[in-house]
Design a protein. Structure first.
Length: 149
């Protein structure tokens, strides 16, 4: 499964990209985020690896994040892995003008085992979740940076 989603944020590219990769701030725009544990390197730098824990329904989901490319403020690519899930997430930040940033996120999912069935049954929910996350991030950034204007 593969799709691309994008959103425009009314703030400068440097600031938008910095907030996007700041794991200390993730719980503010990813309400399901419970913890980030660095395993290797110095995320968000290329080669960094972390263990991410998210709330999922009544339980939790643990995944590994591996940063495959960090060229901020333009590009941040990561691979997320959990049982049955391999997600390549390529995120690009494009300066529309000095005060506006386009975020383009391309996701490629490779699902195996039981997750393959989940992918078939709930295919439309994957891009919907990405859209929701990008909308929450946009609101978070514009509130954060709007307060400093």
């Amino acid at each position: 499964m593969e799709y691309v989603r994008n959103i425009t944020v009314a703030d400068p590219i440097d600031q938008v990209a910095a907030l996007y990769v700041d794991t200390a701030l993730w719980p503010e725009w990813q309400p399901e985020s419970l913890s980030v544990e660095v395993l290797e390197g110095a995320p968000p730098a290329t080669g960094g690896r972390s263990r991410l824990t998210y709330r999922r329904g009544r339980g939790t989901m643990v995944m590994t994040e591996s940063i495959s490319l960090c060229e901020l403020p333009r590009t941040w690519n990561a691979v997320y892995e959990a049982p049955g899930i391999h997600n390549i997430c390529d995120t690009r930040f494009v300066a529309v003008d000095a005060h506006t940033t386009l975020i383009e996120q391309r996701d490629v999912f490779r699902l195996t085992g039981m997750m393959r069935l989940v992918g078939v049954l709930f295919r439309s929910s994957f891009p919907q979740e990405t859209d929701k996350s990008l909308r929450i991030f946009k609101g978070f950034v514009e509130k954060q940076l709007g307060a400093t204007r």
